[in-house]
Design a binder for this molecule. Structure first.
Ligand code: SAM
Length: 303
């Protein structure tokens, strides 16, 4: 029999009377009872608006779909996701919250809590040996680790089918920015090289406890299959974009010559071969152009 995706292995203590699906109500009281003062460092802004939690959970519509949750906290999303009986692993770094959540999840044996830092986990350990197995990642992301968490997700390759993520609104704007706009930068290019992003809806500061200073946005991030580009081409496109977009107001030829440590005249030739004007600013190049340039660059073995 194939090993189940996101198998549940933890033993669990009996529930302490948690009401399934109620993890958004009474959050301040629950924190007090646990002796937890929300930590800024850990990005602990807990969802208290059940409509937002329901809306996120409803996006993961296949009731059998295996889910990996990043930072479940008190379980606002976890309980809603677990109640379908789907396999679920929730990775929580704060041991006090993880322990409380283990008790809350007791009614759903396919759901388990893993205590630890998501950035130190290996997806293979949850997914098992089945190479074709794919998971959906869900997370109201701690703001302090938004970029490393997205890098972690993208590094898992096709094993992540999609990620439904709550992030700061300004951050979402950077990810979805069009070339040439102020918000566009190497982060935009990096994420766009690996995934398609759709902004789904906003959540106001009042949806959280403690109340953050900023609005949040829920994103749907779908890793791209890129059937016509190799991993090496994408990695090189990423390197070129980091060099070429990082220095605003410089022409792409000058940024690349400096960032890639290569003669400007040669860069000019490579840009011409890729059909890109050398005098453009790096931040106006789209993802497809970075890929095109990477192909030419790689073809001449200069990187
Ligand atoms: N999902 C809960 C909710 O929506 O109410 C909590 C979200 S809160 C914004 C972020 C959570 O991520 C906190 O519970 C925090 O302890 C946890 N966290 C922070 N850094 C983490 C890390 N590196 N790995 C796993 N969890 C982390």
């Amino acid at each position: 029999m194939p090993r189940p995706v996101l198998s549940s292995t933890s033993s669990r203590r009996p529930s302490r009377g948690a009401t399934p699906g109620s993890a958004t109500s009474g959050v301040p009281a629950m924190l007090r009872a646990l002796g937890v003062r929300p930590s800024r460092r850990l990005g602990q802004n807990f969802l208290i608006d059940p409509r937002v939690a329901e809306r996120i959970a409803s996006l993961v519509s296949d009731a059998r779909e295996p889910v990996l949750e990043i930072g479940p906290g008190l379980g606002a999303l976890t309980t809603l996701l677990a109640r379908t009986g789907r396999p679920l692993v929730a990775v929580e770094v704060d041991f006090r919250l993880a322990e409380a959540l283990e008790a809350t999840l007791a009614p759903w044996p396919a759901a388990r809590v893993l205590r630890g830092d998501i950035l130190e986990q290996r997806l293979e350990e949850f997914v098992g040996a089945d190479a074709g197995a794919r998971v959906t990642v869900v997370g109201n992301l701690p703001y302090s680790i938004t970029t490393p968490a997205i890098e972690w997700i993208l590094a898992q390759g096709p094993r992540v089918r999609r990620a439904v993520l709550m992030v700061q609104r300004e951050y979402a704007e950077r990810l979805a920015a069009a070339p040439g706009t102020k918000a566009y930068g190497s982060l935009t290019v990096f994420v766009s090289l690996h995934a398609e992003i759709e902004t789904l809806f906003r959540a106001s500061p009042g949806a959280f406890h403690p109340r953050p200073d900023v609005e949040s946005v829920v994103l749907d991030l779908r890793p791209r299959p890129w059937p016509d580009t190799s991993g090496e081409e994408r990695a090189l496109a990423e390197r070129l974009a980091r060099a070429g977009v990082g220095t605003r107001r410089k022409t792409v030829v000058n940024s690349l010559a400096r960032g890639m440590e290569i003669d400007a005249a040669r860069v000019r030739e490579l840009l011409a071969s890729a059909g890109i004007e050398a005098e453009r600013r790096g931040e106006t190049l789209g993802v497809d152009e970075w890929i095109r340039l990477a192909r030419v660059w790689r073809g001449v073995g200069r990187a």
